[in-house]
Design a protein around this ligand. Structure first.
Ligand SMILES: NC(=O)c1ccc[n+]([C@@H]2O[C@H](COP(=O)([O-])OP(=O)(O)OC[C@H]3O[C@@H](n4cnc5c(N)ncnc54)[C@H](OP(=O)(O)O)[C@@H]3O)[C@@H](O)[C@H]2O)c1
Length: 256
């Protein structure tokens, strides 16, 4: 792990949920980690937990990935370390509503965090990996990327952007020794997921464990371009691929 993806890994959105599970698993495998999130007390407490449990170096960077300039700042404060693995995890949407029920500025912030900043992370941190001929980039995406769905318009569109971006970068970079993985997830038990279901007063149903997600993704970093967690055929086609686009959209809309 450290010779191919070390000595440092960054988790963008790395203080709770799936990002925290990635940080644990990366640290357990010997990587020093940089954790990025907005809430400083949560971030610092989690960093201390990782240090105590795994004995690796941990840096925290308090940033809002929806803000312009965030990735330039992250690159600047990590310019003294070699980053061999970048996991772009932050990306959930706590407020799933019909398109016009959300104000335009909120939509645009989601697009900035889930598209602009993801692209900028891949560019700024993937470039040096390609030059070195080793490294890994994981873009966490979602089953919402398979087709459009009511109340998922902006979220699903950003996740499709991430999926396609990762696949294209895999095609460009895998021969240079840099692994890129588009990680497609279904419902996973995180604080963000709980907020969504609690707000709707709905039961969580069957949910994946973030620790299993992180472990499996790191085990399969080299099996890109796409890994569908929980699928019987994780490198296979979209589960909606046999449907017409119209039927896929209707299925996605009913699933909400
Ligand atoms: N959970 C699911 O059921 C599910 C299903 C499919 C796909 N996914 C995908 O899995 C990924 C992780 O989801 P998640 O449920 O763990 O929740 P999430 O809200 O995407 O991620 C939570 C982490 O990201 C940080 N974060 C959120 N917004 C940020 C921002 N603007 N700037 C900096 N950090 C930010 C949070 O800390 P702060 O709040 O302190 O900033 C926290 O560390 C997402 O990409 C999501 O699309 C999740």
């Amino acid at each position: 792990m450290t010779s191919k993806y070390g000595p440092w890994g960054i988790v963008a959105g790395g203080s709770d949920g799936i990002g925290a599970a990635f940080a644990h698993e990366m640290a357990a495998r010997g990587l020093n980690v940089v954790l990025v999130a907005r809430r400083i007390p949560v971030l610092e407490a989690f960093a201390e937990e990782i240090r105590a449990k795994h004995g690796v170096e941990v840096r925290t960077v308090a940033l809002d990935l929806s803000a312009s300039g965030a990735l330039a700042e992250l690159a600047s404060v990590t310019s003294d370390i070699e980053v061999g693995l970048f996991v772009y995890n932050a990306g959930g949407d706590d407020f799933s509503t019909p398109f016009l029920d959300k104000d335009l500025a909120t939509h645009l912030l989601l697009v900035h965090r889930n598209c602009d900043s993801v692209l900028e992370a891949a560019y700024r941190f993937g470039g040096p990996m390609v030059t070195r001929g080793r490294g890994g980039v994981v873009l966490v995406t979602s089953g919402a990327a398979w087709a459009g769905g009511a109340t998922l318009a902006t979220y699903g569109a950003t996740k499709a952007f991430d999926l396609i971006l990762a696949e294209a970068l895999w095609a460009e970079w895998h021969a240079s020794g840099v692994d890129v993985l588009s990680l497609v997830l279904g419902k996973t038990d995180t604080p963000s997921m709980r907020r969504v279901f609690d707000a709707k007063g709905e039961p969580y149903g069957e949910v994946a464990d973030p620790a299993d997600v992180a472990r499996e993704a790191l085990d399969h970093l080299g099996d890109g371009p796409t890994w569908i967690f929980g699928s019987p055929d994780p490198t296979g086609a979209s589960p909606l691929g046999a449907l017409s686009r119209r039927d896929a959209v209707l299925v996605m809309s009913r699933a909400r």
